[in-house]
Design a binder for this molecule. Sequence first.
Ligand code: NDP
Length: 241
Amino acid sequence: MNLLVSDAPKPLVVITGASSGIGLAIAETLSARGHALLLIARHTKELDLPNAAYADVDVGDYEALKKAVVDAEAQFGPVDCLINNAGIADVRPFEKVEPEDYEREIRTNLLGALNGTKAVYDGMLERKQGTIINISSISDRKTCPVAVGYTASKYGMRSVSESLREAAAAAGVRVINLSPAYIRTNIHAGMGVTFEEYCELLGHPDFMTAEEFADVVRYCYEMPPHLCVRDMVITPTKSSF
Ligand code: NDP
């Protein structure tokens, strides 16, 4: 009788924007399911999680991102899932933002997701296996007068998700676009406003928790590999927009 029980981690999941908010909640959720993790942010925080690697990388920098993936794969094996989550939002009126503000949004939210995908895509196609989850936003299909650059980045992300899903489907690689409404995180800090000011700008919406949304991500990832949740909107029930 073989009594050996493997304590090898489940396959590697790469999460960008993993130092805070949604990314951090996803890291904790998938770590609890036994996955090895590569956690990426510009300023990573070491977490009390097993089998986790960290890389201080700006997702706008493809070469640095690729190197982080190669290093983590040497430690934990091939990437099974990439979660493109790193993102920033600026919900000030357009007359208040500068060109560098919307450039940063597009570079982080849209080009960052393309860079992340590029870093894992060939390997997934070769292995005929893998999942890419794009953390988009309900702003990928609803315009907003105070989030012009942000909606542009997320409309772009949704189109990337669907184009890539069409491209990768026959190889058995899933591309999933998840579009949440408001989630209580620290995203307002990047705009230099308090949470109360952020709520005022948005018209006092309802929020879900990052943990609630992380469980949606887990559910989509854990669907049998031959099934793909292509595109999902999830909001607090009382969101009327
Ligand atoms: P947070 O501000 O709490 O977290 C953002 C994360 O992204 C941090 O870990 C941050 O770390 C990282 N990040 C930001 N810029 C970069 C960069 N250039 N390179 C690498 N990492 C970066 O925000 P949320 O958790 O709320 O947002 C996560 C995602 O969820 C975003 O894509 C956002 O658009 C999306 N979303 C959020 C909603 C919400 O209401 N909160 C609703 C819908 C979608 P660091 O600063 O160290 O780099």
